[in-house]
Unconditional design. Structure first.
Length: 478
């Protein structure tokens, strides 16, 4: 049996119209309404409000994204209201009443709205009576899935209460509030116009600054007014202009005419002849100076008056004897073609000898010998350069034995041994010595070397591979 206040409804045909239900809480307190809307107290501690909130004066220049708003606290200014706000409900939802019990026959109510039929208490689906606070029904707001709505801060989810805030209404906001103006980190700072005149210690200069100072652009020395009547008499001049003018005058002295306005000593007039002497001219020893009129260049041999002539040692000319009976030194002339006791005209072409001509051996002044063998105190030839002579000289020949089964090359360098790189340095002489053979060479006049003489050996003409067995060698040099 269901109860509506203290009235008992029995089964039957009961018509109820224009019934006013007075709603009370579990303690019997009547609930109130405002502007025909039931007053409801929201019992949740706080209700999260989502969306973008602005204030009259904004401290941030530039738009903030939703991500930026959620990342840091945003200051909100204005009027702030208490945590729990009264809520106006436009209409009370209807509830279905199920005829599942025995109802007493009720009298038919008149067509009016002022009658009160007992007291109605509101219970939830489990029969628990609802409570109220200060004449307003206590309500817990649930989501559509009957899951309790979460409150507080943090990341929103499906159970976070959504509230649409009217743009023309004041909305209480809970949480942490910061000062009106907040520091903002901006990737690119917008330019801000600044008015007024601002100076700094060092001022930037716009334009091209000349690296040199032109004439007249520096401190001047005043005007150069003088007693001349020219257009530039009073033109200002610079110190640099004066210095440049002085420099120019020193390098280019002015040409001036010489006026015969003084007293000069009377000079003798020379007659048109060549015998007059002006002062004394001494004869020197140079061959191009002739004697004066009192000394004649005469004589021969060692005579004091004989003219001396020095022949240039780099001359390409030929000094020839004329066809006459003149003699050269102590050679007496007979028929004009003899030199000493030799009758040049009688020497016939061919193999005839002039006197006893022969190459005679000497005990001094011959070739020096360099040994490059495997004997005591010596080192046979290999791919490391050895010294023949550390200074300039002549190469006169060699004797070399090659014990290897392949031909081997011997190099003679015009380079000091310490500076030779076999296979890279250029040799002046290269000799190929046949395999398992000996070779010898003598150069009577010799080949000159103007730096030094060094020797080495390798398996190829341009390589640096040492032979398997070192070569035995003797070298002649001077």
């Amino acid at each position: 049996m269901a109860h509506i206040g203290a009235a008992t409804l029995n089964p039957g045909s009961v018509t109820v119209s224009n019934v006013t239900a007075q709603i009370q809480d579990s303690a019997g307190n009547n609930l109130t309404s405002t502007a025909s809307a039931l007053d409801v107290n929201i019992k949740n501690a706080s209700v999260p409000v989502t969306g973008t909130f602005w204030q009259t004066t904004q401290p941030v220049s530039g738009p903030l994204t939703d991500t930026q708003l959620r990342a840091t606290a945003v200051p909100v200014s204005g009027t702030f209201w208490q945590t729990t706000q009264p809520v106006s409900v436009a209409s009370v939802p209807s509830h279905n009443v199920t005829n599942a019990g025995t109802f007493a026959v009720q009298a038919t109510l008149a067509a009016e709205t002022t009658k009160v039929i007992g007291v109605a208490r509101i219970a939830d689906g489990s029969g628990n009576l609802l409570t109220s606070s200060t004449n307003a029904l206590d309500v817990n707001i649930k989501s559509s899935s009957l899951t309790s709505l979460t409150t507080g801060t943090g990341t929103r989810d499906a159970n976070t209460l959504r509230v649409t805030v009217a743009t023309d209404d004041s909305v209480p906001v809970t949480g942490t509030f910061w000062q009106t103006t907040q520091p903002v980190s901006i990737a690119t700072m917008p330019s801000t116009p600044v008015t007024g005149t601002f100076w700094q210690a060092t001022q930037p200069v716009s334009g091209t600054v000349a690296s040199t100072i032109a004439d007249g652009a520096d401190v001047t020395l005043g005007a150069k007014a003088d007693n001349k009547s020219t257009a530039t008499d009073t033109t200002a001049v610079t110190a640099m202009s004066v210095l440049k003018e002085i420099s120019y005058m020193e390098q280019n002295p002015a040409s001036r005419a010489v006026t015969n306005a003084g007293t000069f000593a009377v000079q003798a007039t020379l007659a048109a002849e060549t015998t007059k002497v002006i002062g004394t001219v001494n004869q020197g020893t140079s061959p191009w100076v002739t004697s004066n009129a009192t000394t004649s260049v005469v004589g021969n041999g060692a005579a004091a008056t004989a003219q001396r002539v020095t022949l240039a040692n780099d001359s390409t000319g030929i000094v020839a004897l004329t066809t006459s009976t003149a003699s050269i030194g102590k050679l007496a002339a007979n028929d004009g073609v003899d030199i000493g006791n030799v009758d040049v005209a009688s020497v016939a072409a061919g193999t005839n000898l002039i006197g006893d001509v022969d190459v005679a051996p000497r005990t001094t002044g011959g070739w020096s010998v360099g040994n490059y063998t495997s004997g005591d105190t010596y080192t046979a030839l290999t791919a490391t350069a050895q010294v023949i002579k550390a200074s300039a000289g002549k190469f006169g020949g060699y004797y070399i034995y090659n014990p290897n089964t392949a031909a081997t090359y011997v190099f003679i360098y015009n380079i000091a041994a310490a500076s030779v790189t076999v296979g890279t340095s250029t040799a002046k002489l290269v000799f190929c010595i046949p395999a398992s053979s000996g070779a010898n060479l003598e150069l009577l006049a010799g080949i000159p070397f103007d730096t030094a003489m060094s020797i080495a050996a390798a398996t190829t003409g341009g390589g640096n591979t040492a032979p398997s067995t070192a070569l035995e060698a003797m070298v002649f040099f001077k």
